[in-house]
Each structure stands twice: as structure tokens, then as C-alpha cells.
Ligand binder design. Structure first.
Ligand SMILES: [Ca+2]
Ligand SMILES: [Ca+2]
Length: 461
């Protein structure tokens, strides 16, 4: 039977299973969730909150984590230099789950992983990575690719590379600002972040352009011109990977026009039905949305957008609230780009939290809204700075212009809690435990001996 585009708000049987699991978890956590929703004073940092080093060795630049809801107890850890590992029973297993050959210069590499909501039955998962050297690329630098693999077969701990299918291709012009995070939303659609292409100050104005655009150093020319045309840079995309499109129309910008696309456009995407707007786009106006996440309790999206030279920012976007413009390159944080005048930006969606490059800070990683088994910590937004290695906790305060404020994690007071090297990724397991990956191959877990953090140690199925 020929598949048809998924209607909005329809939940497949597999997703219903997933939804039931979430309801079970929500029920157990209901007291903590209620407290979290009370707002300003609910979230506190347990005095014994720790950044526990899992003493993992042999993973080169861990950057992303994911746990499929398949009962296997496997946590998957992505190495930026191209491998995906299985972590189970406290051990990194050998051989690796899969190698994805990738370019790794600058910020390129294997950057994210997402398991299909029905992975337990269909074996499908998705990665975002930079094409290895030697391929035919759209731009002057290797393309950013969204790729599917299938883990079915006699040994599901190893993936046949031949199951690879390219889903989406985005051209690039520099080795930085590749975004690269990838997650399924609670609606069952796949979301992918990509930066403005680089190198600095979005010279071509891709982030504010919703259409195919030449690299002409003219942000005002948001129109299809002489090929190659760039699109989808500086955006978060939303696509349906449960079907194909036989002949991609021009409004599908992540595949060649007229070719078979290995995805469909959700019918309620915000730019469907308007001309000269790429239909994959969910949000736009970002510089480098290097890491984003979904709040597992309510589906809100949290975007950490890396700033230029002055401000780093975190935006919180309500679930299903598409078509947001996060303001880059007009604004940086809650300010005009490069301005030190606080709250000088009145363009686009303002971030709930930002911080300046004072005191050596340089680049945001994260974050997540903590929903794991440490009840006092529930609802806290967690993010980190790559250069200073400081970790910040954000919470609603009902007082500042954004309604949110953040504090640096210190223990003892005055001494920041830091990973041993620059933080480059966060991730959750099925129980909501939060992990932090650091540049020089460390993996940490947020834990609290007294706050019941083993409550869901074996998952909630
Ligand atoms: Ca780039
Ligand atoms: Ca359109």
C-alpha cells in the first residue's frame, strides 16, 4: 500500500507504546513534576550532586548519546571522529556498533544519532555527519548529511554498512557551524539542526533566508540565483522518514529537485503552501544550533545557539510551536549582534537565557531540561561553556526580563564543578539520567547518592 503523508497529531501504534511508557514514568514522577511546575523556588541543586566520571576509555571525542527503547539496556555513545559504541553494564563493547566515515576537520564529523521510535521492531536509526573527503559536494566544503541505517539482522550489536540510505543533503562553505544534532520529536518526526555554514558573521545571510540562495555576500538577495544555491543553513528541520517522495519538488531543499527523496514533508510544517520557502524548515535564524533537545515531560524544544564574539544563548520553544525566528544575524543573545547593551535586541524570538564572553567564556554546549531520577533537580536547565568548562543551571525566576536566570554550579561555594576538558555534548538515557561528554574523551553522569537516582536504573518498561 502506498504510504501517504502523515497527518498532524496522529500517533502510530509504536508511538502509542512509547507514549504509554512516558505516562508510566510521568505517573511515578508526578509529585516531582508538580513541584517543578510551581516555578521559581522548586528546583534546587542537591548538595551531593556530582559529576561522576564513568571512567570510559577508548572513545575519541564522545559527543552524543542515545538509548533506544528496545529493552536491551544499551546506551549508544557517538564519537565525533566516526564511531558509534555500545555502552552496557559499565563497559564499552568491542567491536563498535558502526563506523560512519566522516570528514573531521574543524567542527565536522559524526555529530548526532537518533533512534526511530519503533527501533525495537524496525531497527532504523539516523545519524548526522559530514561527508568524507573525496565525494561530490554541493559547496566548497563537504556536505552535511542525514543518513539512515538499519540494525536488523543476525547480530544487532553490529550494523551492516550497506543498509545506509542518504535522507537529506545540505551544502556547506566552511568546516565550522555544522549544527549536527538530531532527535525524534514527540510527534514522531525527525528534527535536525544545521548551522549557518560559517565561517563568521553569516556573510551571505543564510540564517534569515527561507529559500535557496547563492553565496554572494549579499544577505538582501534571498532568492534562487546561479547554482549552487544554499538552503537549510542556520535552521532546524522537521521531516517524516516513514515514507518517500517520488519526485522532489523545488520546495524540498534537502534533496535534488526531481529526484526520489527518502523522506516526506509533514503536512503541517510551517512553510508548506507558501512558495519560495523550503518546506523542511521548522525554525530559522540560528548561527550554530550545535546542540538541542526535547523536554521529555512536555515536548518543549531547548536550543543552545553558539554565538559570535559576544553572547551565548539558550532558547526554550513550546512544543509544536514552529516557524520561530531565533534572530541571528541581527541579534546575538538578547542583544543586537556584537552589542554590549543588554536587551538591545527586539527582533525574533528572544532566548530565555544568555551569557557574555566575559571571564573567558566562549561557546555554549547544551542543554537539557533535567527530568531524571533526582526529584529536587527536576525542571532545571543544564548547559555548559566549552572554554571555561563551567556548568550552569537555569530556572524560572519570575523577575528578570526573560523570566529566567542561571547560576554557576559550584561545590564548595566559589569553586566551579567542571569536567576535565571542554564539554561538547549532553545526552539522556531512557530513565532521564543526564550525561556529559568532554573533548578529551571523558564521559560523566549527573548523580546524587541521596536523591534516589537509581529509581529508574533499569528503565521503566
Ligand atoms: Ca559548515
Ligand atoms: Ca514552501
Amino acid at each position: 500500500m502506498k504510504p501517504s503523508p502523515s497527518p498532524p497529531n496522529t500517533i502510530s501504534s509504536g508511538l502509542r507504546r512509547h507514549a504509554r511508557a512516558l505516562i508510566v514514568q510521568t505517573g511515578v514522577l508526578s509529585v516531582a513534576l508538580f513541584v517543578g511546575q510551581m516555578g521559581a523556588v522548586a528546583q534546587t541543586v542537591p548538595a551531593d550532586l556530582m559529576l561522576t566520571d564513568l571512567n570510559i576509555t577508548g572513545i575519541d571525542q564522545p559527543i552524543a548519546f542515545a538509548e533506544p527503547n528496545d529493552g536491551s539496556g544499551r546506551l549508544f555513545i557517538v564519537s565525533r571522529t566516526g564511531n558509534i559504541y555500545i555502552y552496557r553494564n559499565g563497559v564499552v563493547e568491542s567491536p563498535e556498533f558502526l563506523n560512519v566515515p566522516s570528514s573531521t576537520g574543524g567542527e565536522q564529523g559524526l555529530l548526532g544519532i537518533a533512534f526511530h521510535p519503533q527501533f525495537a521492531s524496525n531497527g532504523r536509526f539516523y545519524v548526522q555527519h559530514t561527508r568524507p573527503a573525496g565525494g561530490a559536494n554541493i559547496g566548497t566544503f563537504p556536505d552535511q548529511l542525514t543518513v539512515e541505517y538499519t540494525a536488523n539482522g543476525p547480530d544487532p550489536d553490529v550494523v551492516p554498512p550497506a543498509t545506509r540510505r542518504v535522507i537529506m543533503t545540505v551544502g556547506d562553505l566552511a568546516n565550522n557551524h555544522n549544527g549536527g544534532d538530531i532527535h525524534f520529536g514527540p510527534d514522531g518526526f525527525l528534527y535536525i539542526s544545521i548551522g549557518d555554514g560559517g565561517p563568521q558573521n553569516d556573510p551571505h545571510g543564510f540564517a534569515q533566508c527561507l529559500w535557496r540562495k547563492p553565496a554572494d555576500n549579499n544577505p538582501a538577495s534571498c532568492a534562487s540565483g546561479t547554482a549552487p544555491n544554499y538552503a537549510l543553513l542556520g535552521k532546524i528541520m522537521r521531516i517524516d522518514v516513514d515514507g518517500t517522495t517520488a519526485s522532489a519538488p523545488a520546495e524540498m531543499c534537502g534533496t535534488a529537485t526531481g529526484a526520489t527523496a527518502n523522506y516526506r514533508i509533514p503536512v503541517d510544517n510551517p512553510h508548506v503552501g507558501t512558495s519560495n520557502t523550503c518546506d523542511e524548515i521548522w525554525h530559522h535564524g540560528m548561527r550554530n544550533p550545535f546542540r538541542f533537545s526535547f523536554d521529555r515531560s512536555n515536548g518543549d524544544m531547548l536550543v543552545g545557539d553558539v554565538g559570535q564574539g559576544t553572547w551565548e544563548e539558550v532558547s526554550l520553544i513550546p512544543a509544536a510551536d514552529g516557524a520561530q525566528n531565533l534572530g541571528w544575524r541581527t541579534c546575538e543573545g538578547r542583544q543586537l549582534r556584537g552589542s554590549v547593551t543588554v536587551d538591545s535586541c527586539n527582533f525574533g524570538l528572544l532566548p530565555i537565557l544568555d551569557y557574555s564572553h566575559a571571564a573567558g567564556r566562549c561557546s555554549i554546549t547544551g542543554g537539557y531540561r533535567f527530568r531524571g531520577p533526582i526529584p529536587q533537580f527536576n525542571g532545571m536547565i543544564v548547559y555548559a561553556d566549552y572554554c571555561t568548562r563551567e556548568i550552569f543551571f537555569g530556572r524560572p525566576d519570575g523577575a528578570t526580563a526573560s523570566g529566567w536566570s542561571a547560576t554557576r554550579w559550584e561545590n564548595p561555594p566559589g569553586t566551579p564543578v567542571r569536567p576535565a576538558s571542554g564539554p561538547i555534548g549532553f545526552g539522556e538515557d531512557l530513565a532521564g539520567n543526564l550525561y556529559l561528554a568532554a573533548q578529551s574523551d571523558q564521559v560523566y553522569r549527573f548523580s546524587s547518592a541521596t536523591a534516589g537516582d537509581n529509581l529508574f536504573a533499569n528503565g521503566f518498561e
